[in-house]
Design a protein around this ligand. Structure first.
Ligand SMILES: [Zn+2]
Ligand SMILES: [Zn+2]
Ligand SMILES: [Zn+2]
Length: 479
């Protein structure tokens, strides 16, 4: 059953009780109804209906008030986040008031009801944040959820993640870029956790392994130090028929602290017999099933975000100046991921597993006072276009390009490095139209040198621009 009826407030109510392909149906255009009422007493069926008919992803239902049966209260899980009320009487005073409040507020803030179909993660995020603004839910708070991809999730986001609306990497980029643009503000730090570098899930098993063979079947044992003869060996070597006796001088041990002590713990691998002091920590991702060293994990801050008043305005505006670069370019990655990738490549290079030079190009814009300006999406787009085979990222007011220059034939990488420089020079020239009068766009490139111990310094240096760029161009228009 699906019908449209007028309520006592003269609003048109779309009533339905079963799944229906509303967006595809020519019989129910968007302008024919103002409110949605789902009359079904099964939580599971109602969830199925809501996965397509909801005020966020349905083009016809955008931001419209939505009610479900009163009996479902407390049974809808995270779907509760997109339900305005639970009611059976759609003409009750309470429901009528709520409908008017939502519709009037949407009119007041100028939220247009007509929307295009969602084609990308970013379009979805904009639509969801518009919805949250419409419902005055401008605080985005992550909650712990044992069944959720990243452990901490904002329930309304996670609901749509599970419906396949976006990728986790897109989510982190969106949050970061909204914060950098000042549209979101971190109102409280919640926790820093470590995510799988491959799939960004948080459900990792912590494993301690043998540094030699990598297996985790290891036993911990105390080491005994016999003062009299200075013998130091694992406890089991002192065990003779239930007596602690020194394997070297054969004296029976008397009192701990007096003639012997237990200075440390030693581990023995049951697989290869290796003994060692410190096991190697590893993590096994329960989602993608890959194993990583503990220091390869990606640190990720979880925060309570607040949509700022500037954010509310720009998100609602139909031409939100949010150029959606990540949906077009596969080579754009989050800065955290670029850094862990560079670290990995650097380690590979120094251990001889890859040949060639590791380069990082940096592009930034200075204003007329010589101060760095915030990242422009147009510049990121250009860099993604000019370096389709490289990883591109942006943070710290800098746009980055990572590159490994290889030359298998002669081992000479000079030519590759020169080409990289030429491309960077071309890119900043192409970006000239993006600059305001008096602004200057610069680039420099870093080349990894030294050994294992210089990796950290190299990564630290990535965070800063160079006072002496390799090349720069200025917008001299004085309009
Ligand atoms: Zn072993
Ligand atoms: Zn001894
Ligand atoms: Zn994983």
């Amino acid at each position: 059953m699906i019908t449209i009826q007028n309520n006592d407030g003269d609003r048109k109510v779309l009533l339905l009780d079963s799944p229906f392909a509303l967006d595809e149906s020519p019989d129910f255009p968007e302008y024919l109804f103002d409110v949605i009422f789902i009359a079904n007493n099964s939580p599971e069926e109602t969830k199925t209906i809501l996965s397509s008919i909801n005020p966020i992803t349905s083009t016809k239902c955008c931001y419209k008030p939505l009610f479900v049966s009163a009996s479902l209260k407390g049974k809808m899980g995270n779907y509760n986040e997109i339900i305005d009320g639970y009611a059976d009487d759609w003409n009750s005073m309470e429901v009528l008031t709520q409908i008017e409040n939502i519709i009037n507020y949407n009119t007041l803030i100028g939220l247009a009801a007509t929307e295009d179909p969602i084609l990308s993660s970013n379009q979805f995020f904009i639509r969801l944040t518009r919805y949250l603004i419409s419902r005055k839910k401008t605080i985005l708070e992550p909650k712990l959820d044992v069944s959720a991809s990243t452990g901490y999730v904002i329930p309304v986001f996670d609901l749509f993640y599970r419906l396949g609306q976006y990728e986790l990497s897109d989510y982190f980029v969106f949050m970061q870029s909204m914060t950098e643009k000042g549209l979101f503000r971190v109102s409280k730090f919640v926790n820093k956790i470590y995510l799988c570098p491959s799939c960004l899930h948080s459900h990792l098993l912590y494993i301690r392994t043998c540094p030699k063979c990598g297996q985790s079947s290891i036993q911990a044992e105390e080491v005994i130090h016999h003062f009299r003869c200075a013998n130091v060996s694992p406890e089991h070597t002192y065990n003779f028929g239930g007596q602690l006796r020194c394997p070297k001088c054969h004296k029976v041990l008397q009192h701990i602290g007096l003639d012997y002590d237990r200075p440390s713990i030693i581990h023995t691998c049951s697989t290869c017999g290796n003994t060692f002091i410190e096991p190697k920590s590893k993590t096994l991702c329960t989602s993608c099933k890959k194993t990583f060293d503990a220091d390869e994990l990606i640190p990720q801050d979880f925060n309570i975000y607040e949509i700022t008043s500037e954010g509310k305005q720009s998100i609602i505006s139909p031409n939100i100046g949010f150029t959606i670069y990540t949906e077009f370019y596969d080579n754009y990655i989050e800065y955290n991921r670029l850094v862990s990738r560079i670290r990995l490549l650097a380690e590979q290079k120094f251990s001889g597993n890859i040949q060639g030079d590791l380069l990082v190009g940096k592009i930034w814009i200075l204003d007329a006072e010589g101060i760095t300006t915030s990242i422009r999406p147009e510049v990121i787009e250009l860099v993604c276009q000019y370096f389709p085979n490289n990883k591109v990222s942006a943070a710290n007011n800098i746009t980055y390009v990572g590159s490994v220059i290889r030359n298998y034939k002669s081992g000479d990488t000079e030519e590759g490095i020169i080409n990289f420089q030429v491309m960077l020079s071309e890119t900043i020239r192409a970006a000239l139209p993006v600059l305001n009068p008096g602004e200057k766009i610069c680039y420099t490139y870093m080349k990894l040198q030294g050994n294992q111990s210089t990796i950290d310094d190299f990564i630290k240096e990535m965070g800063f621009i160079s006072p002496t760029p390799d090349d720069s161009v200025e917008n001299n228009d004085n309009k």
